[in-house]
Design a protein around this ligand. Structure first.
Ligand code: FE2
Length: 162
């Protein structure tokens, strides 16, 4: 691992490695949230996005292949922090609140993922490799779509209580 980045490509390679770790943390998080959620509908949302996440990991591997980069697992402290916070909230929440908590924890992860892919897509555009832009944009679109679904579900759960 490089200790000092001088070129955008070096930073890009590192962030790609962090994104791999982020997505594998995300897979674990989605499995935990599926288990924690009460309703079958919310569980299904997490199962569905876990399938997309596996595809996203393949997309990241493809990006590395196209750019001839060695894909290394780099740190992703944000997802570790989100998981820690999520587990604490789930532990403290009454079973009747588990869906609300699981959806809000997932939303936090999606927003982080969106910011990571927005940065990667921005750099990928400067590399001028359209296939890489396409692969990373596909991941970004899925995260954005998931985040919109989660916001709608959070609102639905809140409305059901009022
Ligand atoms: Fe995601």
């Amino acid at each position: 691992m490089l200790e000092h980045f001088e070129k955008p490509q070096e930073l890009f390679a590192y962030r790609l490695g962090s994104a791999m770790t982020m997505e594998s943390d995300s897979l674990q998080m989605l499995a935990d949230l599926e288990q924690a959620a009460s309703s079958e509908e919310v569980k299904e949302m997490f199962r569905h996005h876990a399938g997309e996440t596996r595809q996203q990991i393949e997309n990241l591997e493809e990006v590395a292949r196209v750019l001839h980069l060695e894909l290394t697992d780099e740190p992703s402290p944000t997802t570790k922090g989100l998981a820690k916070e999520g587990h604490t909230l789930l532990r403290k929440a009454d079973p009747s609140l588990r869906d609300d908590v699981a959806v809000s924890v997932a939303l936090g992860t999606e927003h982080h993922e969106i910011s990571v892919y927005q940065s990667l897509v921005a750099t990928a555009r400067t590399l001028q490799v359209s296939q890489v832009v396409h692969l990373l944009s596909a991941n970004l679109d899925q995260e954005q779509h998931t985040s919109e679904e989660l916001v709608a579900k959070a609102k639905e759960l809140a409305d059901a209580r009022s």
